[in-house]
Design a protein around this ligand. Sequence first.
Ligand code: MN3
Length: 223
Amino acid sequence: MTQRNLFCNNSVIFNFIIMTFQLPQLPYGYQDLEPFYDARTLEIHHSKHHQTYTDKLNEAISKAGIEPSSIEDILINLEKIPAEHQTALRNHGGGYYNHTFFWESMSPNSSQEKRVPEGSLMEAIENKFGSYEKFKNAFSTKAATHFGSGWAWLVMNQENELEIIDTHDQISPISLGYKPLLTIDVWEHAYYLKFQNKRPEWIETFFNIINWKKVEERFEIVK
Ligand code: MN3
């Protein structure tokens, strides 16, 4: 893929390459997060919901007539896109990015091998929140009390400090200047088949399948 920015002046040279996004493959099988995340929910969530965001993102890019170099390019530069196209790109681009980020935030092995973060990430969590348990409570509360559809995130803020935030619908932290490290999807489609209305149970269960190794890698890059 040719590297370009949305508004790169020389993009005309490469304008025969139109980027289309593909549904990313999961880094594990649909069965592999059982018994914590059930295969049926995961399959529908990935193959239906994420596929729909992918298709609608491609539609929105085509309608807006932009030539993004990456999904990050769209979400970071949303404000530069003509106003009438921003909502579709925020919703479907955010849905595309947030779900990809979410799949990579989970791992089938974490319940056996690695239940808590380590190293400099653990140090930063303890410095910011007091302890891992206090972090877990704060993250869980943010996710549980988010009103309606959305996401809870552990991010690096612009002061380079850890922060727990929530975002509505498919708004992505990268559109708000944050660097995301970990996320949980708290839309009902993420948990309703298994947990029904018991969102706090989904959140508690999620802690068994967090891919802390991946979160640590993200932290090393942005810290
Ligand atoms: Mn979802």
